[in-house]
Design a protein around this ligand. Sequence first.
Ligand SMILES: [Zn+2]
Length: 124
Amino acid sequence: MANPRTLVKSPTLSWGFYGHRLQLYRRTVPHNDFQVLLRWAENMPRGAAVFTSNVDGQFQKAGFRDDVVAECHGSIHMLQCSEVCTDAIWSSDTFEPVIDEADCRLLNTLPTCPHSRVFRLRLR
Ligand SMILES: [Zn+2]
């Protein structure tokens, strides 16, 4: 599921999988241990930074600033163009997936690259 081929071959299945996870992570409340880590970080003389393989954004939700969190596997809360028309990434906040959980399918419109749209408009 987690590869570019699935996204190309079956985008509604791929987005059914990731859209469901996106919804779950948006609803997740960070457990108390994140607050313990945040207090430790705040009490460090030079602050602290986070390096995580988590993609769920829970450190930021718990209060860590974006600029001190390095997400080595990326973030499910950010989107990028599958056609690689740009290296830019952007927030998924405006994308509200509607998922058929039994079939793991996205039912609403796939998210689109805002940069591709701008490029197409410029060609007209
Ligand atoms: Zn694009």
